[in-house]
Structure formats: C-alpha cells, structure tokens
Design a binder for this molecule. Structure first.
Ligand code: PHE
Length: 338
C-alpha cells in the first residue's frame, strides 16, 4: 500500500522541490516509513518476527530511496535536455523569406534603351536637371519671344535657371563638347508645370537621341526608330508618322505608337488608339551652328523619347501617377522572382 501511494505521488511530480517534499514525507525523521519503526512495539515480537519486520522495513526504505532517486534522475535529465533540444538546428525547416528590392520600372527601361543604343554605337551622356535658359531654350532655336516657349510650362529657378523641360537641353552642350560626327543619347528626368492626370505628370523621364554625320536623312531616323521599338517590344509594332512642329528640327515629326492596350480602338490610356511616343526630326541648321558645327557639311536627326510613356506601354501600367507615387506595392511588382 505504501509502495503504491509512493509511486503514485512520484508519477506526478514536476519539480525537484516536489520530490524533496515526498522524500521528507516518507523517509524524513517524522516520515511515514520512519514512523513504522517508531510505532511498532518490538517487545511484543518474537525474535523471528523482529527479524522479519526489520527485513521488510529495510526493503521498504530501499524501495522508497531507489524510487525517489530514479524520479530525481528522470527530472534532471529532462531539465537539462530541454535547452539542448532548442539548440538543435533542423535543416529541413524552410528559411524565413527575405524580400528583395526592385529596380524602378523607369530605370529598367532606361537601362534597356542604353544597351540597345550602345549596340548602335551611341554614347550615353548624363546631363543636369537644373539648366541654363540658354541650353533649355535659346541654343535649340527657341528665343525668348518665340511662341514655342508657351508650349512647355516651365518651372523657373533663380538666376534664369530652369528645371529642364526636356532632354533637348543637352543637345548643344554635347555637340560643343564632342563635335561631329556624333551619336549619343541623354536619358533623364524632366519637369513641366502642368496638372496631373492618368497620362500627364509634372515630373517624367525622356531619352533624347542625337545623331550628326554627313548625309543624315529621314531614312536614318526611321531606321533607328524601327530598330529601337522592335527591340524594346520584342515584336513588330505599328507606328505612324505625323508632321510635328519643334523649333529645333526641320522637318519635324510625331512618331505615334499603336496602343498596346486596346490595339488601336481607343481607351483611357491612349484616347484615340495612338500613343504619342517619339517626337523627332532632322536637326535644325541653327542648332548645329550653336554647337559649332557647319550645317553645310553635316546634318543630323534628333528624337525625344518619352521614357515614362514607354515604360507604361511595356509593363502595362495604365496610370502615369504610379511612377512617382512612392507606393511600395507598385515597385514590389518589379522585384525579381527567385
Ligand atoms: N524636346 C521635345 C519635347 O520634349 C521633343 C523632341 C526632341 C522633338 C527631339 C524633336 C526632337 O517635346
């Protein structure tokens, strides 16, 4: 009976302290087993019975001591084993996902264009966003009284500086620096003081291109534009040329891209089925002169590709306002999938 009770009590212990309590309860000075000997009147027992009792009591003591010691061992083993389990590394558990950053879609398109143009022998030039009035207007045949200045609403800075309204601001700087023959592109951010809607931004990206050499004609211009667009969209795209007016080209054109969203039937992004994508033309002789180049010897073409519009077409982005939104959910969609 005592054994059963002891085993039952030991089965439930959880702490070393509880074991000690049980030890005291059974084997302590006033413990159950100790009391058995104290409570027995040995004088009434025969020598045979005394011997028997003594043996039984010893067995009981030993049993209790062993059981208590075993329980103690079990509990200590558990306690030391637990932290070891935590320290183990389970190589089969999948790691926690880390999120990768993404390039801005404009950066991706810009890098792609740079590669395509470099393949055609063009140099890639960086140029300032804050420009002189001369570079942004005068040097490309837009004098201060010219009505074309009203075509582009300008952010004016101090000292007759402007936030460039287009990347054409770098044309004469490049010609002065490199002379002719020249082929280069100038990608960069431009600014116009205008209201924002799904297809207009006051901050957007262009990629200017300028090629000056002997006998450059419209055929060269069309050839380069076609190579460019088929490489960007990896397929044949429909384009159309309309006459366009820009003071720094003569003749000037608007190269429109057939809308890739609606296939030309008209949608909120394009309006009438065409996206105005590449204004272009043959370089005006005055621009060459400003760049120190003899227009009788050299001719050229220029284009001002709307990088932002191109990114919209390429990635199916229907609202230009996403680009500058700072909305991480938008940018995350361009993160590489690993
Ligand atoms: N700079 C012009 C614009 O932003 C585009 C353009 C560039 C047109 C080169 C012709 C040649 O509107």
């Amino acid at each position: 009976m005592i054994q059963d009770e002891l085993l039952k009590a030991l089965a439930n212990v959880k702490t070393l302290n509880e074991i000690e309590q049980i030890r005291i309860q059974y084997l302590g000075r006033k413990g159950i087993i100790t009391n058995l000997a104290k409570e027995t009147d040995f004088s009434k027992l025969s020598p045979e019975e005394k011997k028997n009792f003594g043996q039984k009591l010893n067995q009981l003591k030993n049993f209790a001591t062993d059981q208590i010691q075993e329980t103690l061992n079990r509990l200590t083993a558990q306690n030391t084993a637990t932290p070891q389990v935590h320290r183990l590394i389970d190589l089969t558990v999948s790691g926690s996902a880390c999120s990768l950053g993404a390039l801005h879609p404009i950066s991706m398109v810009q890098m792609e264009l740079e590669e395509i143009f470099e393949g055609m022998g063009f140099t890639v030039l960086d140029s300032p966003e804050a420009e002189t009035e001369f570079n942004n207007f005068e040097s490309i045949n837009i004098p201060s009284d010219h009505p074309a200045r009203d075509m582009q609403d300008t952010f004016w800075l101090k000292n007759d500086m402007v936030l460039r309204t287009h990347t054409s601001s770098n044309q004469v700087r490049a010609l002065k620096r490199f002379g002719a023959p020249f082929r280069g592109i100038f990608p960069g951010r431009c600014f116009r003081y205008e209201s924002i809607d799904p297809s207009h931004e006051n901050t957007f990206y262009q990629c200017e291109g300028l090629m000056v050499d002997r006998d450059i004609s419209v055929a060269n211009l069309i050839g380069v534009m076609k190579t460019l667009l088929s490489e960007v969209f990896k397929r044949d795209v429909k384009v159309r040329l309309r006459p366009g007016f820009f003071p720094f080209v003569e003749p000037g054109f608007e190269l429109d891209l057939n809308c890739l969203f609606c296939g030309g039937s008209g949608c909120p992004t394009c309006g009438d089925g065409w996206i105005e994508l590449i204004p272009c033309g043959l370089t005006h002789p005055k621009v060459l002169e400003f760049g120190g180049i003899n227009p009788n010897e050299f001719s050229g073409f220029a284009f001002g590709l709307g990088l932002t519009r191109l990114a919209m077409m390429k990635y199916g982005i229907r609202d230009i306002r996403y680009f500058n939104s700072g909305d991480v959910r938008f940018y995350e969609q361009f993160a590489p999938i690993i």
